[in-house]
Design a protein around this ligand. Structure first.
Ligand code: AMP
Length: 114
């Protein structure tokens, strides 16, 4: 996707505060953090959201969750706890239409989700 924001970050056309990268995934700090730890994990493959993932993406999605676990530990919140969120579509308040998972931690998050 030529003009997709996160595809442009993946290609290195836009800067990011990278915390992890492998052949399939990139993780970088959110530009507008809402918690002391706020990291985004994105697949390099363009998927608009979780709703666009196919059964063939199961291994990729599993890898994302395991990387989130490892990044949480690396960020020092593995024991204190954290939240993983992916927003999907208009009612899910998704702003960037490239699948991404938020890793949030480093403060007590509200129990009630909106
Ligand atoms: P969402 O509402 O789930 O689509 O969230 C998109 C997230 O991307 C927001 O938390 C933004 O702050 C974040 N974001 C937008 N542009 C950038 C950027 N250039 N680098 C890092 N994070 C970004």
């Amino acid at each position: 996707m030529d003009d997709c924001l996160f595809c442009r970050i993946v290609r290195g056309e836009l800067p990011s505060d990278k915390v992890f990268e492998n052949e399939r995934l990139l993780a970088f700090r959110d530009i507008n953090p809402i918690a002391p730890v706020h990291i985004l994990v994105v697949p390099k493959k363009h998927l608009t959201s979780l709703a666009a993932a196919g059964d063939e993406d199961g291994a990729l999605l599993g890898e994302i969750l395991l990387v989130l676990r490892d990044l949480a530990a690396q960020a020092g919140v593995g024991a204190s706890g954290y939240r993983v969120v992916t927003n999907i579509g208009a009612d899910g308040a998704q702003q960037v239409e490239h699948l991404h998972f938020h890793l949030l931690g480093g403060r007590k998050l509200r129990a009630r989700l909106e």
